[in-house]
Design a protein around this ligand. Structure first.
Ligand SMILES: [Fe+2]
Ligand SMILES: [Fe+2]
Length: 257
Protein backbone atom coordinates (compact mmCIF):
# COMPACT_ATOMS: atom_id res chain seq x y z
CA UNK A 1 0.00 0.00 0.00
CA UNK A 2 1.56 3.23 -1.13
CA UNK A 3 -0.68 5.61 0.74
CA UNK A 4 -0.91 6.16 4.47
CA UNK A 5 -3.66 3.74 5.41
CA UNK A 6 -4.11 5.24 8.84
CA UNK A 7 -5.04 8.62 7.37
CA UNK A 8 -7.34 7.18 4.76
CA UNK A 9 -9.24 5.30 7.48
CA UNK A 10 -9.34 8.41 9.63
CA UNK A 11 -10.51 10.42 6.65
CA UNK A 12 -13.29 7.99 5.82
CA UNK A 13 -14.37 7.53 9.40
CA UNK A 14 -14.55 11.18 10.30
CA UNK A 15 -17.57 12.19 8.27
CA UNK A 16 -20.17 9.59 9.12
CA UNK A 17 -21.06 8.95 5.50
CA UNK A 18 -21.04 5.70 3.62
CA UNK A 19 -20.70 5.02 -0.07
CA UNK A 20 -23.89 2.95 0.07
CA UNK A 21 -25.87 6.11 0.98
CA UNK A 22 -25.17 7.61 -2.46
CA UNK A 23 -26.56 6.78 -5.86
CA UNK A 24 -23.23 6.91 -7.66
CA UNK A 25 -19.50 7.01 -6.96
CA UNK A 26 -19.44 10.57 -8.31
CA UNK A 27 -22.02 11.76 -5.77
CA UNK A 28 -20.19 10.00 -2.96
CA UNK A 29 -16.90 11.52 -4.12
CA UNK A 30 -18.43 15.02 -4.13
CA UNK A 31 -19.82 14.53 -0.63
CA UNK A 32 -16.45 13.34 0.65
CA UNK A 33 -14.68 16.22 -1.08
CA UNK A 34 -16.88 18.81 0.58
CA UNK A 35 -15.81 17.46 3.93
CA UNK A 36 -12.07 17.30 3.34
CA UNK A 37 -11.04 20.83 4.12
CA UNK A 38 -11.25 21.00 7.91
CA UNK A 39 -9.99 17.45 8.29
CA UNK A 40 -7.01 18.07 6.02
CA UNK A 41 -6.09 21.33 7.70
CA UNK A 42 -6.11 19.64 11.12
CA UNK A 43 -3.78 16.90 9.84
CA UNK A 44 -1.37 19.43 8.29
CA UNK A 45 -1.40 21.63 11.42
CA UNK A 46 -0.46 18.58 13.47
CA UNK A 47 2.67 17.70 11.49
CA UNK A 48 5.84 18.49 13.46
CA UNK A 49 8.04 19.27 10.44
CA UNK A 50 5.67 21.54 8.55
CA UNK A 51 5.59 25.30 9.03
CA UNK A 52 1.94 26.28 8.94
CA UNK A 53 2.21 29.86 10.13
CA UNK A 54 1.87 31.20 6.59
CA UNK A 55 -1.47 32.94 6.36
CA UNK A 56 -2.97 31.21 3.36
CA UNK A 57 -2.95 27.60 2.26
CA UNK A 58 -4.54 26.56 -0.99
CA UNK A 59 -7.43 24.13 -0.73
CA UNK A 60 -7.66 21.69 -3.63
CA UNK A 61 -11.24 22.44 -4.64
CA UNK A 62 -10.98 26.20 -4.33
CA UNK A 63 -7.76 26.04 -6.33
CA UNK A 64 -9.25 23.78 -8.99
CA UNK A 65 -12.21 26.13 -9.34
CA UNK A 66 -9.91 29.10 -9.71
CA UNK A 67 -7.59 27.39 -12.17
CA UNK A 68 -10.38 25.97 -14.29
CA UNK A 69 -11.71 29.49 -14.79
CA UNK A 70 -8.31 30.56 -16.12
CA UNK A 71 -7.97 30.37 -19.91
CA UNK A 72 -4.66 28.53 -19.49
CA UNK A 73 -6.37 25.50 -17.89
CA UNK A 74 -7.00 24.33 -21.47
CA UNK A 75 -3.25 24.25 -22.00
CA UNK A 76 -2.76 22.12 -18.89
CA UNK A 77 -5.43 19.70 -20.11
CA UNK A 78 -3.72 19.52 -23.51
CA UNK A 79 -0.29 18.88 -21.98
CA UNK A 80 -1.58 16.23 -19.61
CA UNK A 81 -3.55 14.48 -22.38
CA UNK A 82 -0.40 14.30 -24.46
CA UNK A 83 1.12 12.05 -21.79
CA UNK A 84 -1.09 9.30 -23.28
CA UNK A 85 1.71 8.57 -25.74
CA UNK A 86 3.91 7.48 -22.85
CA UNK A 87 3.37 4.35 -20.77
CA UNK A 88 3.68 5.16 -17.06
CA UNK A 89 1.91 2.02 -15.93
CA UNK A 90 4.98 0.02 -14.93
CA UNK A 91 5.78 2.35 -12.04
CA UNK A 92 3.08 2.42 -9.34
CA UNK A 93 4.93 4.85 -7.06
CA UNK A 94 6.33 7.13 -9.76
CA UNK A 95 3.70 6.61 -12.48
CA UNK A 96 0.81 8.70 -13.75
CA UNK A 97 -0.91 9.63 -10.46
CA UNK A 98 2.38 11.00 -9.09
CA UNK A 99 3.47 12.78 -12.25
CA UNK A 100 -0.04 14.14 -12.94
CA UNK A 101 -0.08 15.67 -9.46
CA UNK A 102 3.44 17.07 -9.91
CA UNK A 103 2.38 18.61 -13.23
CA UNK A 104 -0.67 20.05 -11.51
CA UNK A 105 1.35 21.53 -8.63
CA UNK A 106 3.70 23.05 -11.18
CA UNK A 107 0.82 24.54 -13.15
CA UNK A 108 -0.76 25.97 -9.99
CA UNK A 109 2.51 27.48 -8.75
CA UNK A 110 3.25 28.91 -12.18
CA UNK A 111 -0.15 30.61 -12.37
CA UNK A 112 0.15 31.93 -8.81
CA UNK A 113 3.60 33.34 -9.59
CA UNK A 114 2.44 34.90 -12.86
CA UNK A 115 4.97 33.19 -15.14
CA UNK A 116 4.68 33.48 -18.92
CA UNK A 117 3.25 30.68 -21.04
CA UNK A 118 6.65 29.42 -22.18
CA UNK A 119 7.90 28.98 -18.59
CA UNK A 120 4.55 27.55 -17.52
CA UNK A 121 4.89 24.81 -20.12
CA UNK A 122 8.44 23.99 -19.04
CA UNK A 123 7.29 23.76 -15.42
CA UNK A 124 4.38 21.45 -16.27
CA UNK A 125 6.44 19.26 -18.61
CA UNK A 126 9.12 18.94 -15.93
CA UNK A 127 6.44 17.75 -13.48
CA UNK A 128 4.85 15.33 -15.94
CA UNK A 129 8.03 13.77 -17.35
CA UNK A 130 10.67 13.98 -14.62
CA UNK A 131 10.40 10.29 -13.67
CA UNK A 132 10.17 8.69 -17.14
CA UNK A 133 13.77 7.49 -16.94
CA UNK A 134 13.14 5.12 -14.06
CA UNK A 135 13.99 1.49 -14.54
CA UNK A 136 13.30 0.66 -10.90
CA UNK A 137 10.35 2.07 -8.91
CA UNK A 138 12.36 2.11 -5.69
CA UNK A 139 16.12 2.49 -6.03
CA UNK A 140 17.26 4.35 -9.14
CA UNK A 141 19.67 7.24 -8.60
CA UNK A 142 20.38 7.89 -12.29
CA UNK A 143 16.81 8.19 -13.52
CA UNK A 144 17.02 12.00 -13.83
CA UNK A 145 19.78 11.76 -16.39
CA UNK A 146 18.03 8.91 -18.22
CA UNK A 147 14.85 11.00 -18.42
CA UNK A 148 16.77 14.07 -19.63
CA UNK A 149 18.22 12.05 -22.51
CA UNK A 150 14.72 10.95 -23.57
CA UNK A 151 13.34 14.50 -23.77
CA UNK A 152 14.74 15.68 -27.16
CA UNK A 153 12.89 12.96 -29.06
CA UNK A 154 9.67 13.57 -27.10
CA UNK A 155 9.73 17.36 -27.62
CA UNK A 156 11.37 18.12 -30.97
CA UNK A 157 9.31 21.33 -31.19
CA UNK A 158 11.01 22.95 -28.18
CA UNK A 159 13.69 25.54 -28.87
CA UNK A 160 17.25 24.67 -27.92
CA UNK A 161 17.09 26.98 -24.88
CA UNK A 162 13.75 25.55 -23.68
CA UNK A 163 14.97 21.99 -24.07
CA UNK A 164 18.19 22.83 -22.22
CA UNK A 165 16.31 24.18 -19.20
CA UNK A 166 13.95 21.22 -19.14
CA UNK A 167 16.79 18.69 -19.42
CA UNK A 168 18.89 20.36 -16.73
CA UNK A 169 15.96 20.50 -14.28
CA UNK A 170 14.93 16.90 -14.95
CA UNK A 171 18.51 15.58 -14.82
CA UNK A 172 19.17 17.06 -11.39
CA UNK A 173 15.78 16.59 -9.71
CA UNK A 174 16.88 13.39 -7.97
CA UNK A 175 20.17 14.69 -6.57
CA UNK A 176 20.28 15.10 -2.79
CA UNK A 177 20.32 18.64 -1.43
CA UNK A 178 22.27 20.80 -1.34
CA UNK A 179 23.08 19.90 -4.92
CA UNK A 180 25.71 21.25 -7.24
CA UNK A 181 24.33 23.48 -9.99
CA UNK A 182 27.41 22.83 -12.11
CA UNK A 183 25.64 19.62 -13.15
CA UNK A 184 23.40 21.82 -15.31
CA UNK A 185 26.26 22.93 -17.48
CA UNK A 186 26.04 19.81 -19.58
CA UNK A 187 22.90 21.49 -20.97
CA UNK A 188 22.87 25.23 -20.39
CA UNK A 189 25.04 28.30 -20.74
CA UNK A 190 25.35 31.10 -18.16
CA UNK A 191 22.60 33.11 -19.79
CA UNK A 192 20.00 30.52 -18.84
CA UNK A 193 20.99 30.06 -15.23
CA UNK A 194 18.22 32.11 -13.59
CA UNK A 195 15.41 30.52 -15.57
CA UNK A 196 16.91 27.08 -15.09
CA UNK A 197 17.22 27.64 -11.35
CA UNK A 198 13.55 28.67 -11.22
CA UNK A 199 12.27 25.62 -13.14
CA UNK A 200 14.61 23.21 -11.32
CA UNK A 201 13.67 24.48 -7.85
CA UNK A 202 10.02 24.45 -8.73
CA UNK A 203 10.28 20.82 -9.91
CA UNK A 204 12.05 19.80 -6.69
CA UNK A 205 9.28 21.50 -4.70
CA UNK A 206 6.50 19.78 -6.69
CA UNK A 207 8.19 16.39 -6.32
CA UNK A 208 8.69 17.02 -2.58
CA UNK A 209 5.06 18.05 -2.14
CA UNK A 210 4.07 14.65 -3.47
CA UNK A 211 6.31 12.76 -1.03
CA UNK A 212 3.13 12.65 1.01
CA UNK A 213 1.97 9.73 -1.10
CA UNK A 214 4.54 7.69 0.84
CA UNK A 215 2.95 8.61 4.17
CA UNK A 216 2.13 11.83 5.92
CA UNK A 217 3.29 11.31 9.50
CA UNK A 218 6.98 12.03 8.85
CA UNK A 219 6.37 14.58 6.12
CA UNK A 220 8.99 17.37 6.13
CA UNK A 221 8.68 20.60 4.15
CA UNK A 222 12.39 21.39 4.10
CA UNK A 223 12.77 20.96 0.34
CA UNK A 224 9.92 23.28 -0.59
CA UNK A 225 12.10 26.42 -0.50
CA UNK A 226 9.34 28.96 -1.16
CA UNK A 227 6.14 30.20 0.44
CA UNK A 228 4.30 29.51 -2.81
CA UNK A 229 5.25 25.84 -2.51
CA UNK A 230 4.39 25.78 1.21
CA UNK A 231 0.93 27.13 0.44
CA UNK A 232 0.43 24.02 -1.71
CA UNK A 233 0.89 21.56 1.19
CA UNK A 234 -2.80 21.38 2.05
CA UNK A 235 -3.77 20.97 -1.59
CA UNK A 236 -1.15 18.22 -2.05
CA UNK A 237 -2.49 16.33 0.96
CA UNK A 238 -6.05 16.53 -0.35
CA UNK A 239 -4.95 15.50 -3.84
CA UNK A 240 -3.19 12.44 -2.43
CA UNK A 241 -6.11 11.34 -0.28
CA UNK A 242 -8.61 11.77 -3.05
CA UNK A 243 -6.48 10.08 -5.69
CA UNK A 244 -6.04 7.18 -3.29
CA UNK A 245 -9.75 6.93 -2.58
CA UNK A 246 -11.11 7.73 -6.05
CA UNK A 247 -8.34 7.09 -8.58
CA UNK A 248 -10.55 7.08 -11.66
CA UNK A 249 -12.52 10.18 -10.72
CA UNK A 250 -9.41 12.20 -9.98
CA UNK A 251 -7.70 11.14 -13.15
CA UNK A 252 -10.72 12.62 -14.93
CA UNK A 253 -10.57 15.83 -12.87
CA UNK A 254 -7.29 16.64 -14.55
CA UNK A 255 -8.46 15.62 -18.00
CA UNK A 256 -11.53 17.85 -18.15
CA UNK A 257 -11.97 21.52 -18.76
FE1 LIG B 1 12.45 11.18 -9.52
FE1 LIG C 1 9.05 12.18 -8.77
Amino acid sequence: MIYDKKHIELFEGSFGIKESDFASENEYASAVCERTVGFSRAVIDGLPNVKTEIDEMYELFALLKELKSDERWGLFVKWIRETDRFDFSMHPVHGFPHTARCGFYQFAMGIKLGVDEKTLRLMVLAGLYHDIGRTDDEFDVVHGRAAALMLPSLFPELSKDELSILQAAVHTHCFPEPYDESMWYEYIDNRLTDECRFVAESLRAADSLDYMRLGISGYDDKYLHSDTARKMILCAFEANLLFAKFPEIYKKVFLQR
